[in-house]
Design a protein around this ligand. Structure first.
Ligand code: ADP
Ligand code: MG
Length: 761
């Protein structure tokens, strides 16, 4: 890209001069912007093209164009940038190796330099019990130990006496043929003792000059030899290290006593001191901490910058009158818990402030998040605004709708459901009344609201969150030109460190208390469902409902469905065909709703279901949750499923059915479920077991990828980074002081896509 920053800056200046007239008659300037096309990115051109299409372009679109120009004007190249050179330029890295490394995301010189060793080999005595000995080979033979193991044993003499080397894996050729009587060898391996003689077990042959060396070990594809790779790393360091930029401002480096980026990389790739290896491996060495801090600092910087710009964005300012609240209290059959009250105070503070609310409500399953969100909705409606309630699935959307209808009974507040299974005519009619402002609460699924809804006066969006769906949803509402307050609810609780990393651009409130009168759910694990038939009979006799869930894994969907169908047949024979229903993903929405209604009304007492999410519903008389093949579910899913029972004062049960031969991890998950009822505790266990990368299932776009940090291990650094970032932004909100220039440039580069709708001033 040629550098036409001058042109961009001139244009921005002209726009500024034009002032309001740019918004009234933008054509002239838009055409100039269009002339930049040859050099510029798609995003800007897309905006300009659609602005030029209409006589009266939307001012928000024009704002976006200006924001985009702003970013372009500022993304100047940071001094000392590494050029994007392919690893194939390095010695020893041929075509095959290049391809294999690319699969491991090591493609450029920069990638190779920042791909740190995961451990080191020290050739010499070390704490790991490895040892090197030099001696003259005397003789070797196959011997049998007392516990009848065969090994090859070689005896050496050295200046310090005799020692032995033993191999448990040996062949006719090795190691015997590698050893010549009377020759001197240096052997390196685990030290031990055999028949009273000092020994080395399974040694490697070394040359004497290699002694005392530290060799880094990298996690790389097998087809690339470590030796070759190390050679490539060294070549990259020799040639390109001087180009490595320092992304951290010097004052932060000093504050934490971090080495510079260049010095740190040398220490990590070519450590000098054996006693530092442990710290390096555990990433507690300042050289490693430096990059962890840098990564987390810019993550928090970006998140906080976004958060602050939401706060600045003109939103609605609502009137929270006491009479509204008294009226709402009158609609509810219960009193709010203290935790719910605390969270509502947070929400009301946001809603009455002029900025835009962006708040995440965290809480365990059944902690009463939904009703808190609906209360916020009622306040918005009382202020004359519309409220969107957005759910990840149609069943959940219906569920919200039913709850709303109950809540709104006897009031003059209106609501409408908008889902994919409506006929086009129904949809059109509903959309019309929504656009005309005749509907207060609009309930629907993500997809439908995204593609169809036009609101008259949208003031609040309540988004049932599922793994950052809600964040996307927020973006799409803004793209459509709405600036509502946003309230996200998490489906299951997530640990604080994860929340800070993934939702650090939002305010977070936690409901850490369950409504009173809940009887703890009894959780146990069994090998076969037959073992709980007795319990099932007793519960059915009491008029209670039972869920039986089957996992549905894509590649074995057919088998899973068959298993559920077989089970349905078997249970129908045992419990009576009229009592057992089967719900699965291939059914029509209408059939599904019918079955759910039957289950809710108590006509069906056993519901066999294949699809997890379809049962995210509230059926208070359901008391038994049986999960088949529970070893195949993740912890948060298991907990979420368990939350479907225990919704009344009746004793509830969760039965985890699993085969005998399950992995150790699956076993740990099941044990954790039996031991803990608290969703936050379980989510921490989950995070520890799986690591942050896999916590949300698949790696989804929008989640930060960490090169250096592990937010379980690096909690402290994360907190420091957030505090530092916050202090810098408080002191210099626009990052306009010269001491913050580096921060601003890195921020723009790293977060360019994410920040595209935010003007960096
Ligand atoms: P969540 O959305 O957090 O999973 P819900 O809002 O669905 O939880 O609440 C679960 C159940 O508890 C609902 O039936 C709801 O009416 C009820 N509930 C919520 N708050 C209270 C409360 N303070 N006291 C008693 N019951 C409550
Ligand atoms: Mg809920």
């Amino acid at each position: 890209m040629t550098d036409n920053r001058g042109d961009i800056l001139r244009l921005l200046y002209e726009i500024k001069e034009a002032g309001a007239s740019f918004y009234k008659t933008p054509e002239k300037l838009l055409n100039k912007i269009a002339k930049l096309q040859a050099h510029q990115g798609d995003t800007l051109m897309g905006f300009v093209a659609s602005a030029l299409e209409s006589d009266q372009p939307d001012t928000r679109l024009l704002d976006k164009i200006i924001a985009e120009l702003n970013i372009m004007a500022q993304s100047m190249i940071i001094k000392g940038e590494i050029k994007p050179v392919s690893v194939s330029e390095l010695p020893g890295i041929g075509k095959k190796a290049t391809e294999a490394l690319a699969k491991a995301h090591i493609e450029t010189i920069e990638d190779i330099i920042y791909h740190l060793p995961y451990r080191y080999e020290y050739i010499g005595e070390s704490r790991s019990g490895k040892k090197a000995l030099t001696g003259i080979f005397q003789s070797g033979a196959i011997v049998t130990t007392r516990n009848r193991k065969r090994m090859y044993k070689a005896v050496f003499t050295s200046d310090f006496g005799m020692f032995a080397a033993v191999w448990f894996r040996f062949s006719a050729g090795y190691p015997a043929s590698a050893l010549k009587e009377g020759k001197k060898y240096t052997l390196y391996g685990q030290s031990g003792s055999f028949s009273g003689m000092e020994s080395i077990i399974h040694p490697q042959f070394m040359s004497e000059s290699e002694m005392g060396k530290i060799i880094p070990v990298y996690s790389i594809p097998k087809i690339v030899a470590q030796k070759t790779y190390i050679g490539a790393v060294n070549a990259a360091l020799d040639k390109y290290l001087t180009d490595i930029p320092d992304y951290l401002p010097a004052r932060l480096e000093e504050q934490y006593k971090f080495p510079t980026a260049k010095a740190a990389l040398l220490e990590i790739h070519r450590p000098k001191n054996p006693y530092e290896l442990e710290m390096l491996t555990e990433r507690r060495h300042p050289a490693a901490m430096r990059f962890i801090y840098e990564e987390l600092f810019y993550l928090q910087m970006g998140l906080l910058y976004k958060k602050r710009s939401y706060e600045r964005q003109a939103g609605t300012s609502l009137d929270i009158k006491k009479e509204y609240l008294d009226w709402i209290k009158g609609l509810l059959p219960f009193k709010f818990t203290n935790a719910q009250r605390r969270v509502m105070v947070d929400i009301f503070n946001d809603m009455s402030a002029t900025g835009q609310m962006n708040r995440l409500i965290q809480g365990d399953v059944g902690s009463g998040k939904t009703i808190v969100a609906f209360t916020a909705g009622l306040v918005a409606v009382k202020n004359g605004y519309q409220v969107a309630v957005i759910a990840p699935t149609e069943v959940l959307a219906r569920q919200h709708m039913e709850n709303l209808i109950k809540l709104l009974q006897g009031t003059d507040i209106t609501s409408a459901l908008l889902t994919g299974s409506m006929t086009p005519a129904e949809k059109r009619r509903t959309k019309e009344i929504i656009a005309a402002g005749h509907v207060d609460f609009v309930v629907g699924t993500h997809a439908v609201i995204q593609e169809t809804a036009d609101f008259n006066k949208l003031g609040l969006a309540i988004i049932d969150e599922q793994h950052r769906f809600g964040v996307e949803q927020r973006k799409s509402l803004i793209e459509k030109g709405y600036m509502p307050d946003i309230l996200l609810m998490t489906a299951t609780p997530i640990p604080r460190t994860l929340a800070l990393s993934f939702y650090g651009d939002l305010d977070i409130s936690v409901i850490d208390e369950l409504p009173p009168g809940r009887t703890p759910i009894k959780t146990s694990s069994v090998e076969r469902i037959e073992k709980v038939y007795k319990l099932m009979r007793e519960e059915i006799a009491k008029g209670h409902g039972i869920y039986i869930i089957y996992p549905l894994i894509e590649n074995s969907e057919k088998l899973d469905l068959k298993a559920a169908t077989d089970e349905h047949r078997k249970l129908s024979e045992v419990f009576g065909v009229e009592n057992v229903g089967l719900l699965h993903g291939r059914m029509k929405q209408e059939q599904k709703s019918q079955l759910m209604d039957g289950f809710k009304a108590g006509k069906l007492q056993i519901l066999v279901s294949t699809t997890v999410i379809e049962v995210g519903v509230d059926v208070p008389q359901a008391t038994v949750m049986i999960i088949e093949n529970s070893e195949r579910f993740g912890l948060s899913q298991l907990h979420q499923l368990r939350g479907r029972v225990g919704r009344s004062d009746r004793q509830s049960y969760c039965i985890l059915v699993s085969g005998e031969h399950i992995s150790e991890e699956a076993n740990e998950r099941i044990n954790a479920m039996c031991q803990h009822a608290d969703g936050f505790k379980l989510s921490e266990i989950d995070l520890e077991m799986r690591g942050p990368g896999d916590f949300f299932g698949t790696r989804q776009s929008g989640l930060p990828e960490f090169r250096f940090s592990n937010i379980v291990r690096d909690v402290r650094v994360l907190q420091n980074a957030r505090e530092d970032a916050s202090a810098i932004l408080t002191d210099d909100p626009e990052l306009s002081h010269s001491k913050n220039t580096v921060i601003k440039e890195v921020l723009i580069r790293k977060w360019r896509k994410e920040l595209q709708y935010i003007e960096i001033g």
